[in-house]
Design a protein around this ligand. Structure first.
Ligand code: DQA
Length: 146
């Protein structure tokens, strides 16, 4: 089973971008942690980051036929993108929405998520651990479903 791990705009800047909010872990570090945890759970991983909404949507459409589940940190598109919402709806897959920061204790505009409407589970504020937590969750969830 393959899990797609998708990352939205500016997450390529992790490590240098507002470390007081997002931590010092880089996206490459997160990818390594995710791959390790996924391998232990017996999953293959497709890991990608894009600053472009359409590229993320192309990947979600690909996941529809190629993935067992999607882990997505849509970054700022969380709060704006009806198109990503619609793509996730069409994918008909379990979705785990991950945010490094606790969006609920930040600015009001981060409190609304279009993606949560399509999410099986939401993890926010656990930092980079959120991604490995998402893998652990899916290991249980997909196992229960099959
Ligand atoms: C984020 C939270 C978003 O509000 C923000 O736009 C991001 C990162 C997070 O991981 O905490 O870019 O998704």
């Amino acid at each position: 089973q393959t899990i797609f791990v998708l990352n939205g705009p500016n997450l390529n800047m992790l490590g240098t971008r507002k470390p007081e909010i997002y931590g010092i872990t880089t996206l490459a570090d997160i990818e390594e942690q995710v791959r390790k945890r996924a391998a232990q759970a017996g999953f293959d991983v497709q890991f990608m980051q894009s600053n472009h909404e359409g590229a993320l949507i192309d990947e979600i459409q690909r996941a529809r036929t190629e993935a067992a589940a999607i882990i997505i940190n849509p970054a700022a598109y969380t709060h704006t993108s009806v198109a990503i919402h619609d793509a996730l709806e069409a994918a008909e897959l379990p979705v785990v929405e991950v945010h490094l920061s606790n969006v609920h204790r930040r600015e009001d505009f981060r409190h609304r998520s279009f993606v949560s409407l399509q999410a099986t589970a939401v993890i926010a504020g656990a930092g980079a651990w959120g991604y490995t937590m998402a893998i652990d969750f899916l290991a249980h969830y997909l196992n229960e479903k099959s």
